[in-house]
Design a protein around this ligand. Structure first.
Ligand SMILES: Nc1ncnc2c1ncn2[C@@H]1O[C@H](COP(=O)(O)OP(=O)(O)OP(=O)(O)O)[C@@H](O)[C@H]1O
Ligand SMILES: [Mg+2]
Length: 233
């Protein structure tokens, strides 16, 4: 198992946001966490990325407990987070943003920049453009492209389709599949539960900090409770 979360608890002061969750991510798979606003999805990803220190529990990655480890060391180990809301550097060019994703690498980036451009040809066209002037969808592509530059083994994406028009949503999901086909493991959070469950090998439902259901993506797509609560039918 690439990632094994065991009895993880994360709090913000008195707010107990993640309440003893356990789940696993198999190497090479796509795993999704679905749940309502405030369920603790982003908090979980931030704890794995080392941006929040868990109160208790373990985060085993390649057999090592990385809970509480420094965020930079976690990136070095091969885990990257594409945060909610893109967070690109607006004043820098597209290319500069892409290169920032490789800030911990000292080797040649040429080939990997080409890979990002082949996934997102529009970014190549806009190479020298200020990132802040890109459309929302293009900025999202840039955030994913930048994350790939650290050569992650595990990429975590926090609502990559948020705010995108339907054609971009489809595009982002196609790209997630493509990234997955290169062997990168994916942990995905999505409001678009329908699309997420369709591409997920395994899925977990998070409700107020607890995992209440789990199964293959297909099983949860067919589950009536999931359909009523998250798929709108
Ligand atoms: N910095 C913070 N300080 C205090 N409480 C926080 C903080 N960040 C999140 N919370 C609370 O923790 C809970 C879980 O938040 P989280 O962001 O993990 O939810 P989420 O599942 O990602 O929701 P959404 O779908 O809206 O993004 C919420 O009740 C939220 O208000
Ligand atoms: Mg969130």
């Amino acid at each position: 198992m690439l990632l094994k979360i065991n009895d993880l608890n994360v709090s913000y002061g008195a707010i107990h946001a993640v309440r003893g969750i356990s789940f696993e991510v198999e190497e090479g798979s796509i795993v999704t966490l679905i749940g309502a606003n405030g369920a603790g999805k982003s908090t979980t990803l931030k704890a794995i990325a080392g941006l929040l220190a868990p109160e208790s529990g373990t985060i085993e990655y390649c057999g090592e407990n990385i809970a509480g480890m420094d965020a930079t060391d976690i990136v070095k180990k091969g885990i990257t987070l594409v945060p909610e809301g893109r967070r690109i550097f607006s004043d820098l060019s597209v290319l500069e943003n892409i290169k920032i994703g490789a800030y911990l690498r000292k080797d040649d980036l040429t080939e990997d920049i080409e890979t990002v451009y082949s996934l997102f040809p529009i970014l190549k066209e806009r190479n020298w453009q200020q990132a802040g002037t890109l459309s929302g969808g293009e900025q999202q592509m840039l955030a994913v492209g930048r994350a790939l530059m650290s050569k992650p083994k595990l990429i975590m994406m926090d609502e990559p389709s948020l705010g995108l028009s339907p054609i971009y949503v489809k595009n982002i999901f196609d790209i997630i599949r493509k990234i997955s086909s290169t062997g990168v493991t994916i942990l995905l959070i999505e409001q678009n539960a329908n699309m997420a469950l369709k591409i997920a090998d395994r899925a977990y439902v998070l409700e107020t900090g607890l995992i209440t259901m789990e199964g293959t993506g297909q099983e949860l797509l067919e589950n009536q409770k999931v359909r009523d609560a998250y798929l709108g039918h």
